[in-house]
Design a protein around this ligand. Structure first.
Ligand SMILES: C[S@@+](CC[C@H](N)C(=O)[O-])C[C@H]1O[C@@H](n2cnc3c(N)ncnc32)[C@H](O)[C@@H]1O
Length: 257
């Protein structure tokens, strides 16, 4: 009988989820057989939790969980047991990077192991500077290595710390602020608005249900802009990826005047 499961591959690590009982080994063997580069197979055994947004896994096959993932010409070293990473978001990262213009100063909040800052520096080598803030020390360790292996050290500045604290010192400093924390990011909108230069661009990610999609997120951005005595002009509203039944990860891009 055909086994039912979903999986994704990060470097040479495959990660699956299933409702099948006592079939973990069989599923792992099937994945390895079909994907020769896979050396380790993990099973998801929890949702993403906590500030670091990481989940628990069961090691089903292999040993090593640290790997190098290749995406749009960039290489990222990471261990999914210790840091957040999703290969499904690669297209969105590339799309965002392509919007960055020469001379821009960019702030990437919630930067993880650095895929946004790295691909921005690669796709737009004339960017002035990218500041990348992340609270998980292990993710910052990987980000530093990823900056080095992708040869973008002259453009990307990794910063370990809480966005709320680290960004206090920045006022109207950035042409673009990227907020890839859909679950809680709205709590940092005031900070993001403060960091943006007049006419700076905000990329705000959010989870929203299909009913009235975008309304809540747009309202949150407008409220934060108004609170700072500024105005938000919505540039685009997009579905990024499905998140759950009738729930989407969305992105709103707005100019903050
Ligand atoms: C959804 S992940 C995105 C990571 C990365 N941008 C990517 O695309 O892979 C969100 C990240 O934000 C970090 N984070 C959560 N709260 C934070 C805070 N207050 N300040 C800085 N980083 C934070 C988490 O540790 C996590 O790595």
């Amino acid at each position: 009988m055909k086994l039912k499961y979903a999986f994704e591959i990060v470097g040479d690590v495959a990660i699956f989820e299933t409702e099948e009982k006592r079939k973990d080994k069989k599923i792992a063997e099937e994945i390895v057989k079909a994907h020769k580069r896979v050396k380790t197979v993990l099973k998801k055994i929890s949702e993403r939790t906590g500030v670091y947004r990481i989940r628990k896994f069961k090691l089903v096959l292999g040993k090593e969980t640290e790997t190098i993932h290749k995406e749009h010409g960039c290489r990222y070293r990471l261990d999914v047991r210790k840091v957040y990473f999703s290969p499904r978001e690669g297209t969105e990262r590339e799309r965002t990077a392509k919007q960055v213009k020469p001379g821009e100063r960019v702030l990437v909040m919630f930067a993880g192991i650095g895929p946004y800052p790295v691909i921005i520096a690669k796709k737009q080598p004339e960017v002035e500077r990218i500041c990348a803030v992340e609270i998980n020390p292990k993710a910052v360790e990987y980000m530093k290595e990823n900056i080095r292996i992708n040869k973008v050290s002259d453009k990307v500045v990794p910063v370990l710390g809480d966005v709320k604290e680290v960004c206090k010192k920045w006022e109207k400093e950035f042409d673009r602020v990227i907020m890839p924390l859909p679950k809680e990011g709205y709590r940092f909108l005031d900070t993001a608005v403060k960091c943006l230069k007049p006419k700076g661009i905000l990329h705000f990610y959010f989870y929203d249900s299909e009913k009235n999609l975008f309304n809540k997120a747009v309202g949150l951005i407008e409220k934060a802009a108004k609170k700072a005595g500024r105005k938000a002009k919505i540039l685009s509203k997009r579905k990024v990826l499905p998140y759950g039944p009738r729930v989407w990860k969305i992105c709103i891009e707005a100019e903050i005047k």
